[in-house]
Design a protein around this ligand. Structure first.
Ligand code: ZN
Length: 167
């Protein structure tokens, strides 16, 4: 299932892949998580397949059976380890691991430049705001900015960007 040329790849992650989902959002990828749906649905696998087809989202799963049901519309994520997961997707050329900070890691909404009021209101914002660019999530109001945390994230995802590609 390849996206149209120019269309950014979109993902749907299963319940085992919460951390990977957040990382994909940090990299700017439109990623829906099964964790945002109510738990306990015995037909969840079938619904995830339906959503992935309808919304043209590549289904990422740790479940062998679900992955084979998805066929070309899914990828079996082989490792439990986040770094390995990012490495696998990079090797398959499904993602380009660069920190984008365009999307909320909690709810997938597109971030917008933050107003002065929004920056002031967030008690977790850095006290020295000079020279920092702030973004806010229109859905959950979380504030984002480039700082030491994003530098660490960039270092973590950046080490995957020069990997040789698989087959
Ligand atoms: Zn949000």
């Amino acid at each position: 299932m390849s996206p149209d040329p120019g269309e950014e790849r979109r993902f749907l992650t299963d319940r085992m892949l919460g951390p990977l989902c957040r990382y994909l959002r940090f990299m700017g990828y439109d990623t829906m998580s099964a964790n945002s749906r109510s738990p306990g649905n015995t037909r969840e696998d079938t619904e995830l397949l339906k959503i992935s087809r309808k919304e043209r989202r590549l289904l990422l799963t740790r479940d062998q059976e679900l992955a084979s049901r998805a066929g070309a519309g899914g990828v079996l994520v082989r490792s439990e380890d986040l770094d390995d997961q990012v490495r696998q997707l990079t090797g398959l050329r499904l993602i380009h691991p660069t920190l984008k900070l365009t999307r909320c890691s909690r709810c997938n909404a597109i971030l917008a430049p933050a107003t002065k009021e929004e920056v002031t209101r967030a008690d977790y914002a850095p006290s020295v705001k000079e020279g920092l660019a702030f973004f806010t999530c229109p859905a959950c109001n979380r504030l984002y900015w480039y700082g030491s945390h994003t530098r660490r994230l960039q270092e973590r995802v950046g080490k995957f960007s020069d990997l040789p590609h698989e087959g």
